[in-house]
Design a protein around this ligand. Structure first.
Ligand code: FAD
Length: 398
């Protein structure tokens, strides 16, 4: 019969992969398993805090994917039998595969920070997975009084979207500056430095002077949040100091999505993959793409996940059609909005090379925005980022 390709996770990686395989090999039997009836992107969700985007404009339907013949199963994949090659859903449905692609994104590590359990996420949201959490953080900001303190905890590397916490700071500051100008933002960072730091710090000074307190970890103090108390909205850092929040945004350490653990693909926190193919190095006939994979120097971003999806689809389609795969490239660009029409970017392309004596994905042609760039450059970046958002969501869903 027709080859059976099963994809778990209908996000940046999985939706793209399912579509490209179905379009490239129409006879293949492509199944996409997704727990949610619609997809609300995390990417671009910081713009919602700044008032530049509605949540509705970040929400996408799976109807078009259905209409091209992808079997959509709206359910949670709870188990994988990798020897019988069967995925089991929470609702009891079982689906057999020849090739399985996992793109389940991240799980929030609810064991990493003392006191930060599932209940605490409803009081001090992470807003690091799309939809409800994003809305909850926004509503807390709206309910906060002028003069309130927003405390944001950022995790150690690697995690989903390295520049994300700092874009979020800018977008929240933009909202507060116009609506609640006496308010403050405090960053507690487990890291000593962060992505695009020079341009972010410039923006903190030029756009939001006096509003943002940056606490980075150094040799003396660790600002890694190790404990939270949701009753008092207090965060305790490793050095012992406590910070009380009116709005607390805890972005904890993360790990591969649960189904990747069930499938036996995880080592440490993430899934090791072959850089040539994104095939799991642990389990046969399983590929892992997107945030759950350990793609070495490639950051965990929607751009990366989408690029990896096309890279893997290219191989699968060639195989299904009995052809040799065409050469395919991996790329990433991440834009961050600092203020209206002021956007910065970082990116590179990636190819298989040597990393610490083993084959890995190595960055080539990296670029990053610099401080003091003309406003016209920054405005052009913003236009580019808008173009990218519509392009990637069309690529995924239309
Ligand atoms: P996701 O896109 O999260 O997709 C995973 C899907 O799998 C989800 O829909 C989930 O419901 C589903 N799922 C998981 N497990 C199961 C299961 N067992 N059964 C059924 N369904 C399941 N990236 C950029 O490129 N640019 C940006 O500007 C950017 N900004 C960001 C800002 C913020 C605030 C955040 C949090 C992230 C940002 N990102 C950005 C990162 C981007 O959102 C992720 O890297 C990207 O979504 C990863 O794609 P993925 O396919 O791995 O996971």
């Amino acid at each position: 019969g027709a080859a059976r390709i099963v994809v778990v996770g209908g996000g940046a990686g999985g939706a793209t992969l399912a579509k490209y395989v179905k379009v490239g090999a129409p006879n293949a039997n492509v199944t996409l398993v997704e727990r949610s009836p619609t997809y609300t992107s995390c990417f671009y969700s910081n713009l919602y805090y700044g008032g530049f985007r509605t949540l509705e404009s970040l929400t996408h339907s799976y109807d078009q994917l259905r209409s091209i013949g992808i079997n959509l199963i709206q359910d949670v994949a709870v188990d994988v039998d990798t020897s019988a090659r069967v995925v089991t859903m929470m609702g009891g449905t079982r689906v057999s595969y020849d090739k399985l692609v996992l793109s389940p994104g991240i799980d929030i590590d609810l064991e990493a920070i003392e006191g930060y359990d599932a209940e605490a996420t409803q009081v001090m949201p992470h807003a690091w997975r799309g939809g409800d959490q994003t809305r909850l953080l926004k509503s807390q900001l709206e309910a906060m009084e002028d003069g309130g303190v927003v405390v944001i905890a950022a995790p150690a590397n690697p995690y989903r979207c390295p520049p994300g916490p700092y874009e979020r700071i800018c977008m929240i500051a933009h909202y507060l500056k116009t609506n609640k100008p006496r308010s403050k933002i405090v960053l507690l960072d487990a890291k000593t430095s962060f992505a695009k730091q020079p341009v972010f710090q410039e923006a903190f000074e030029t756009h939001y002077k006096g509003m943002i307190e940056v606490n980075l970890t150094d040799q003396i103090d660790s600002f890694e949040v190790v404990k939270v108390d949701p009753r008092t909205k207090t965060m305790t850092v490793k050095s012992g100091q406590q910070f009380k929040a009116d709005v607390g945004n805890v972005i904890p350490p993360q790990r591969a999505g649960g189904i990747a653990w069930r499938a036996g693909c995880v080592e440490g926190r993430w899934c090791p993959v072959s850089p040539e193919s994104f095939a799991s190095t642990k389990v046969k006939d399983v590929y892992v793409i997107g945030d759950s994979s350990n793609a070495a120097q490639m950051p965990k971003s929607a751009f990366s996940a989408n690029s990896q999806a096309k890279y893997v689809a290219n191989t699968l389609v060639a195989e299904l059609n009995g052809l040799k795969p065409l050469p395919s490239r991996l790329r990433n660009t991440c834009w961050s909005l600092l203020a209206q029409n002021d956007s910065v970017k970082v990116g590179a392309s990636y190819s298989v090379g040597e990393l610490a004596g083993a084959p890995g994905l190595v960055a080539a042609g990296p670029f990053v925005s610099e401080p003091a760039e003309p406003a016209s450059v920054r405005a052009r970046n913003f236009k580019e980022s808008e173009g990218w958002y519509s392009a990637i969501t069309i690529d995924m869903f239309a």
